[in-house]
Ligand binder design. Structure first.
Ligand SMILES: [Zn+2]
Length: 257
């Protein structure tokens, strides 16, 4: 009897440890991800509207689901481009979810006229990481330059969401930018990143596997910002080159992390 009791205790302990560790990611379009540990949750780059044929966006039904069912504790934005951010949708979200916070650069937070007490601005003067605590999460914002010379004034912020046992990095619209030694300055290699969410073009660089290992060294990679117009062959080639990478291409695609 006693033996059976111990077996039961060990079993239920290991089950609860297992479920505690499991994170769920739901894809919401372009670079949008909802991530939850079933106690706390965040949505990164998940509220935006139609921007062009190369950008998957959450339709009204999904925005409604985010606002009324998923209800992330924080809506987080990397930058103000229309394939990542919509000020009216963010405003509506804060109105419907009275304790939710919004994270973004000043270019984002200045667009939200209401709820100033629930806006967290990430300063992009230098590469200083800025960390705050939200329930059982630690959320760190850090300037990561936007890719492309014509976007030099865009304040792009990367985030590290620390779920305690797992750290997830989302970099927004950046690239390796070795000309400005970007990733040398970021020192993400010291952050013990478990999962890196990257725009897929960072995998196209022929040195990409070396750069990923040298600058981030994550245990797992999730590729985003994939155009809905990508051909089957192009996607197949990418999947072949990176068999362990998850490629987000379908709205509400789910990944256990
Ligand atoms: Zn952009």
């Amino acid at each position: 009897m006693l033996k059976r009791f111990f077996l039961f205790t060990i079993l239920s302990l290991s089950i609860s440890c297992f479920s505690q560790k499991e994170l769920l990611l739901v894809y919401t379009g372009n670079m949008g991800v909802y991530i939850t540990n079933h106690t706390s949750s965040v949505l990164i780059d998940g509220l935006h509207t139609e921007y062009g044929k190369d950008y998957l966006f959450p339709p009204v039904s999904l925005t409604h689901k985010i606002t009324h069912q998923l209800r992330p504790d924080a809506i987080i934005f990397t930058h103000h481009h229309g394939d990542h951010f919509s000020a009216p949708l963010a405003d509506e979200y804060l109105k419907a979810n009275k304790t939710a916070l919004l994270y973004g650069s000043q270019q984002i937070t200045k667009e939200i006229s209401t709820h100033p007490d629930r806006l967290i601005s990430i300063i992009t003067n230098d590469y200083t990481p800025q960390t705050s605590v939200l329930k059982d999460l630690k959320i760190t914002g850090i300037k990561i330059n936007h890719a492309g010379k014509r976007h030099i004034t865009v304040e792009n912020v990367g985030y590290i969401i620390d779920f305690g046992h797992k750290k997830i990095l989302h970099v927004g619209d950046t690239n390796w930018m070795e000309d400005i030694h970007l990733f040398d300055q970021l020192q993400l290699i010291k952050k013990d990143i478990d999962i890196a969410i990257l725009p897929y073009w960072m995998l196209l660089e022929h040195q990409a596997p070396i750069l990923i290992k040298k600058y981030i060294n994550p245990k797992r990679i999730i590729a985003t910002h994939i155009s809905p117009r990508i051909t089957k062959d192009e996607l197949f080639d990418l999947q072949n080159k990176y068999p362990t990478v998850d490629f987000l291409t379908k709205l509400e695609q789910r990944i256990q992390l």
